[in-house]
Ligand binder design. Structure first.
Ligand code: ATR
Length: 279
């Protein structure tokens, strides 16, 4: 049996075991994908011990993505650009690290709002780990102007400085004005998450057709997306990126590329609804 894992701290809330478990069952693969709770102190020994263990690879999530990047024997171009690894593969006694978050972001928009590749400018709200993956994806797609706003302006400046010439940083207060110039808006912050979430920006100044993508998926319909829909703007929720980032890992470990289709989405949606009812 082929085994893979998702390692994080804490790990109980990860949806990945449900997602990969569904794909394993649907593909009739003799495999297992298990959550593993690993503390930051334990993580280096966990990763270095993988070649001697039973796993073909796995995912790493918060707070281990940067540590994983530093510990892998080899990393892919996306991981190096982003400075973080979310997917591990054990091969020939070595640990190979990749980052599929940017792919997840792009593949989801390709499926739901393919016009995104033609926008002249994109507004990224937030400057944390998720923003790094999004900015890398936007750069890779050739978006000409990547506008970053963040509550802590210095962090936005650091992010823009890291990615270079086609990126620019602005204070959060400028978001409304800048929005009018952008055909795509992406919320990478946690604003809007949970029961009492607000919206990170008002969409008042958005031009017709502006694509609004929120990476938050609990709730699925955030205040930002509700406002987008009310204004007739294409609204893309955060679940799709989660589903798409998982597909390359599954293929590495289990040898089959899973389809990110309606059945997959509905399976994970049912799990989210079950958890909401239980909370
Ligand atoms: P992730 O890896 O998920 O991106 P992170 O690195 O902790 O997580 O980044 C969280 C992002 O959400 C940051 O851009 C953060 O803004 P700061 O850099 O100012 O901390 C943003 N964020 C979190 N809570 C926020 C809030 N209440 N208002 C505005 N921005 C918020």
């Amino acid at each position: 049996m082929t085994e893979a894992f998702v390692a994080g701290w804490p790990i109980a809330h990860s949806l990945s075991p449900k997602l990969h478990g569904f794909w394993l069952e649907r593909s009739r693969i003799d495999g297992r994908y298990s959550p593993v709770a690993v503390t930051p102190e334990e993580f280096p020994a966990f990763l270095r011990g993988l070649p001697a263990g039973r796993f073909a690879g796995g995912n790493v999530t918060i707070p281990h993505k940067e540590a994983a990047f530093a510990l892998c024997d080899e990393t892919d171009a996306a991981a190096r650009a982003i400075g973080a690894v979310n997917t591990l593969e054990v091969r020939g006694g070595r640990v190979l690290g990749s980052n599929t978050d940017a792919h997840g972001f792009s593949a989801n928009l390709d499926a739901l709002a393919p016009r995104w590749r033609n926008v002249a400018a994109a507004l990224v709200i937030g400057a944390g780990g998720a923003a790094r993956a999004v900015v890398h994806a936007l750069q890779t797609a050739g978006i000409g102007r990547i506008v970053i706003v963040n509550r802590t302006f210095e962090r936005a400046q650091r992010l823009a400085g890291h990615f270079g010439s086609r990126t620019e940083a602005h204070p959060m207060e400028q978001a409304g004005r800048l929005l009018a110039q952008c055909g795509l808006v992406v919320n990478t912050t946690s604003v809007g998450m949970g029961k009492d979430g607000g919206a990170p920006v008002s969409l008042e100044n958005a031009a017709p057709g502006t694509i609004v993508n929120d990476l938050v998926y609990v709730p699925l319909q955030t205040l930002l997306l509700a406002e987008a829909s009310a204004r007739g703007l294409p609204a893309v929720d955060g679940l799709g990126m989660l589903l798409h980032q998982a597909a390359p890992g599954f293929e590495k470990w289990f040898g089959v590329r899973p389809d990110v289709d309606a059945e997959t989405r509905n399976h994970v949606l049912a799990e989210l609804a079950r958890r909401q009812a239980a909370s």
